[in-house]
Design a protein around this ligand. Structure first.
Ligand code: AMP
Ligand code: MG
Length: 434
């Protein structure tokens, strides 16, 4: 078998992220399907939702009180004649119009009658028979949302590429959408490598390790909008590894874990190079996760037998596709999780149809000093705690990037810039939530 040289491209975190974001912009989202409104929660909208009528559809009172003409209340107190009561959902023909000197009792969510231009809150009123005494003035428009102020009929309410959360589902409901058109979930193959790795249902020998990366990745894939396709564990042996990589490349994205370090049995890059894969980078100056690899297998260059079947496996559809992106993620469990968040997520989201967004960091006050060797950008497991204005963040003691137990207790990562060797307590640091 031919042995191709493996290129070595180690980028700064920022450059590596930029490369991924650039590749993500080249991706066209896939097929769509129409599904029920509630099923669509968490899915990605493929057709904009448009307002089928003005929102609100009538000028809406935001308070219980009295609908009035604000000019009538120039002198306070003022006494008005009460000519009706308007409940939420009141029929149009039963809504009186308000003339000078008149008012109508009105409930929250009810339509404000013609003639009235404000609502006085009930607290500032006292009704005696058909008269109401009002002790506070109002400005025109007070306590009313004008018709169409939230959205005009025909205007877009939810854009394509939005992941549908509670508010978006509610908004779609308010526009009468019992069904929504969403993108189908991309299929993401997960291939874990290593002779020492055994399945969760097998008893490991004294020097064997149970496969945990497949599971963290499957969860992250689902949360990012993909459908995991779990492949068998690949051996640290070229032939076996290659046939599983070929299988994995039939999915929309292939994630490998392990076998990307410099060790003699780290064969992932070599096998992919033999398959004439293109590498965008083979490392990033981060910790954990330095050996992370990103590339694609270009079917045009290497032929169908080299890099998969040449068609998307998605639902058996035969859409021709000339490339499958892959990531080689380092095998250390924390490295696998972190590199997914930093690099895989934007590609997966692009395949899922999500509009591109930048990586978001929040900031919190550091509880105790950090000392660290500079040179790599660090993403260190940490706990954000405290409440109200007093939130603070502290590193979790850990045994390095193999320590899943420590990471399972963490709720975020502290981001340490690569040029810092010390961060004093009380400094605000960037954190990446998990
Ligand atoms: P590698 O990247 O193959 O050099 O693996 C780095 C470390 O991660 C080694 O200690 C492996 O045993 C461990 N590791 C690799 N793959 C997995 C996996 N799927 N689950 C748990 N640990 C793993
Ligand atoms: Mg290995």
């Amino acid at each position: 078998m031919s042995v191709m040289p493996v290129p070595v491209t180690v980028l700064s975190f920022e450059d590596a992220r930029r490369v991924v974001e650039e590749q993500a912009t080249l991706i066209q989202a896939g097929e769509t399907e129409s599904i029920g409104l509630l099923e669509a929660a968490g899915r990605v909208l493929a057709e904009p939702v448009v307002a089928d009528r003005d929102l609100p559809p009538f000028p809406r009172s935001t308070r219980d009180g009295y609908a009035v003409r604000s000019a009538d209340l120039a002198q306070i107190p003022a006494t008005q004649e009460v000519i009706g009561e308007i409940k939420a959902g009141e029929k149009l023909e039963r809504i009186p119009s308000i003339d000078k000197g008149q008012a109508a009792s009105i409930m929250t969510g009810a339509p404000v009658p013609d003639g009235a231009d404000a609502v006085v809150m009930v607290e500032y009123t006292a009704q005696h028979g058909t008269r109401v005494e009002i002790t506070r003035g109002v400005t025109a428009g007070e306590n009313i949302v004008p018709r169409g102020a939230e959205a005009r009929e025909g205007s877009p309410l939810i854009e394509r590429g939005i992941r549908l959360n509670d508010a978006a589902i509610a908004l779609a409901a308010s526009a009468g959408k019992a069904e929504l058109v969403v993108y189908k979930r991309p299929r993401v193959a997960v291939l874990t490598t290593g002779d020492e790795i055994v399945n969760v249902d097998e008893m490991p020998g004294p020097t064997q390790i149970r496969n945990s990366n497949t599971y963290s990745l499957a969860v992250q894939i689902q949360q990012a909008g993909g459908e995991p396709v779990l492949l068998p564990i690949a051996p640290d042996q070229k032939q076996g590894l290659r046939s599983l990589i070929e299988e994995g490349l039939k999915s929309d994205l292939l994630l490998l874990t392990g076998g990307v370090s410099m060790g003699r049995y780290d064969l992932v890059e070599q096998v992919l190079a033999d398959m004439q894969a293109e590498f965008f980078f083979t490392g990033a100056k981060i910790q954990p996760g330095r050996p992370v690899v990103f590339g694609k297998c270009d079917l045009g260059k290497s032929g169908a037998d080299e890099c998969g079947a040449g068609t998307s496996a998605r639902d058996g559809a035969s859409t021709p596709r000339d490339r499958t992106y892959f990531f080689g993620l380092p095998g250390n469990p924390v490295s696998t999780m972190v590199t997914f968040e930093l690099f895989v997520r934007p590609m997966l989201e692009a395949l899922a149809g999500v509009s591109a967004r930048k990586l978001l960091f929040t900031h919190a006050k550091l509880k105790s000093e950090i000392r660290i060797k500079p040179g790599l950008k660090r993403f260190l497991p940490a706990i954000l705690s405290g409440e109200f204005e007093d939130s603070e963040v502290a590193l979790i003691p850990w045994q390095g990037s193999g320590d899943i137990a420590a990471t399972a207790r963490a709720n975020c990562y502290i981001v340490v810039p690569s040029d810092r060797d010390q961060i004093p307590a009380d400094e605000f640091v960037a954190i990446l939530m998990r």
